[in-house]
Design a protein around this ligand. Structure first.
Ligand SMILES: *Cc1c(COP(=O)(O)O)cnc(C)c1O
Length: 409
């Protein structure tokens, strides 16, 4: 690795374009700077009850319950499994990247009988193959089907509604588990419409907070299943949490500052409008993708229908080491890009484009990536990606529709 001179003083900001933790809005960061609170105070529910209601709106569920565990998305995965399934239960899962692979590994640690469908990294959840296996399962041995809505390692968004249709068409009553860690509050997610039973998320992605909350939305069917499921669970027992939650309290110490921050981030999301948040992610992502196309590089995602609006995994050209691109971006241009995970190590880097983000931030991500790519030996034209994204943002934004008023004297 060539030695890179480190400046004595770091000026300006460090740029963060990884798919979580994401950038935290300044107002949310400031909101969390509060003294410690009494989590048994008589008015504590004034804060927490609204959070449960508003998170239901983000998950788009009217009948589901939301739990906030101190932890991260991975903890919420575990809570979802141990509360609703029993050792030896057959479950249907696919592996299409690092996160779906880790969920399979966890399910096995928890002694589920996992039927895995391996697909290429870059493909989505194989809906047709799932449909076939569900049709074949006439005895109903499959107790749950798992979908990673947005595979963060590959930048692939899968068709959760399609999996729900496959279940319905097979008249199959398996529970539907969805990992929504890198999709909630940034991609279209519909718990009730898709009849998702367990939706898992975390605080540090679309919700624009520090890591520290494992967030779970649970359907009434899943709550029913939790009454008879036999997996061992202690800290994560739903019932221990749900009872005190009804009046806004927790059975153990909640991270109160994160809850205050969550209030602030939810307020921002609703002020912008959830639909607008989702549309913004699409517009920004599309600009990034046009930039990548202008470099002549490809995405790991196999097909445009799979492109993720929260993260793009970019394949580097032959002879270029993606690790070098990431190192150069970080050391020389103070920009964090996401690494290539698992088999993509060295072959791809990722641009996280979710959370508190705007057009110019995306241009800076592309600009830094361009410089790092060229430094690492890629033959791309400097400015090509930035220009393509600029063209998209001008056309797609309201600014382009305003007539330009230049005094013509
Ligand atoms: C980030 C992420 C996780 C893991 O969440 P943690 O909060 O790091 O435990 C799981 N699944 C997906 C799709 C993710 O993007």
């Amino acid at each position: 690795m060539p030695s890179i001179a480190q400046p004595a003083v770091k000026t300006g900001v460090t740029h963060l374009f990884i798919p979580g933790p994401t950038n935290i809005p300044e107002s949310v960061r400031q909101a969390m700077n509060v003294p410690m609170q009494d989590m048994r105070a008589p008015d504590f529910g004034d804060l927490t009850l609204g959070l449960f209601d508003d998170l239901r709106r983000v998950f788009r569920t009217e009948t589901g319950r939301v739990i906030l565990y101190p932890g991260s998305g991975t903890g919420a995965w575990e809570a979802a499994i141990t509360n609703t399934l029993s050792p030896g239960d057959k479950v249907l899962m696919s592996r299409q990247g690092q996160f779906s692979a880790l969920w399979v590994a966890m399910a096995r640690h928890l002694e589920l009988d996992v039927e895995v469908v391996d697909v290429a990294w870059g493909a989505g959840t194989p809906v047709k193959e799932f449909a076939r296996r569900l049709q074949d399962d006439t005895e109903g041995r499959i107790k749950a089907v798992f979908v990673t809505h947005n595979e963060t390692a590959t930048g692939v968004t899968s068709d959760v509604a399609g999996v729900r249709r496959a279940l319905d068409e097979a008249y199959h009553d398996a529970l539907l588990f969805v990992d929504a860690v890198s999709s909630l509050a940034s991609l279209d997610f519909r718990m009730d419409d898709w009849r998702v039973d367990l939706a898992v998320s975390g605080s540090q992605k679309g919700l624009m907070l520090p890591a520290g909350l494992g967030i779970l939305a649970i359907s009434q069917r899943a709550l029913e299943a939790s009454r008879t499921a036999r997996s061992r669970r202690a800290y994560f027992r739903f019932e221990d949490m749900l009872k005190p939650n009804e009046t806004g309290y927790f059975p153990y110490t909640p991270p109160t500052q994160l809850l205050v921050g969550l209030r602030a981030s939810l307020d921002r999301i609703f002020a912008e409008g959830l639909e607008n948040v989702i549309a913004r992610h699409h517009r920004l992502a599309e600009g990034v993708r046009r930039g990548v196309a202008a470099w002549g590089l490809g995405l790991v995602a196999e097909h445009p229908s799979l492109y993720s609006d929260t993260v793009s995994a970019v394949r580097v050209p032959q002879g270029v080491d993606a690790r070098e691109v990431i190192r150069t971006a970080y050391h020389r241009f103070r920009t964090s890009l996401g690494t290539g995970l698992g088999p993509l190590d060295g072959r791809a880097f990722r641009i996280g484009h979710l959370g508190d983000l705007n057009e110019v931030m995306c241009l800076s991500a592309l600009g830094a990536a361009e410089m790092a790519l060229v430094t690492a030996g890629a033959r791309i034209e400097l400015g090509a990606g930035v220009g393509a994204a600029q063209a998209h943002y001008c056309d797609a934004g309201p600014a382009a529709r305003q007539p330009i008023a230049i005094a013509a004297e």
